[in-house]
Ligand binder design. Structure first.
Ligand SMILES: [Zn+2]
Length: 160
């Protein structure tokens, strides 16, 4: 079971271009610095992350810094790679891995990521309970295993 968090989110309507089904689309306020809604790999579910409270966030950043050393990456690239790798430290949600670099949200019925998003003006704020990022499996790994996992994900997903 994942931890859950009650959040105030901005609500929009997503309409699937493939099957026509509707789903709720959420945004966090821009003022919530350090808080994010990540996605599961299949794009279907939101997962709440608070970068400041998160136990793995700093740890991964530190390990990545040593991998990035001498690679002369732009700050944007470093952020992009961090987002791509962060998910390996997160427990799955509904059996699906988290992808910190995913920005699209998918249709709950057919899985298509082609959605028309209708934002509301003025914005409508609602309370929703969403799964929260946890690192139970990650925390059972020792430092060396974590480093290996990050390195192999880096080689797989980040082209330098
Ligand atoms: Zn659909």
């Amino acid at each position: 079971m994942n931890a859950k968090k009650e959040l105030t989110v901005e609500l929009a309507e997503g309409i699937c271009k493939t099957c026509g089904d509707k789903r709720e689309v959420y945004y966090l306020s821009d003022f919530l610095y350090g808080e994010k809604l990540l996605r599961t790999e299949d794009g279907k579910h939101y997962v709440y992350l608070n970068c400041f409270d998160d136990t793995a966030f700093d740890e991964i950043e530190l390990i990545l810094k040593s991998i990035f050393a001498n690679k002369n990456l732009s700050q944007e690239k470093e952020i992009e790679y961090f987002n791509k790798i962060f998910g390996i430290s997160c427990d799955s949600v509904n059996g699906v891995k988290i992808d910190g670099s995913k920005t699209k949200i998918a249709c709950l019925s057919c899985g298509s990521e082609q959605l028309t998003i209708n934002e509301k003006f003025p914005p409508e704020m609602v309370q929703r309970i969403l799964p929260e990022v946890t690192h139970n499996l990650w925390d059972q790994m020792d430092k060396q295993m974590k480093k290996q996992a990050i390195l192999s994900e880096f080689k797989k997903r980040c082209i330098v």
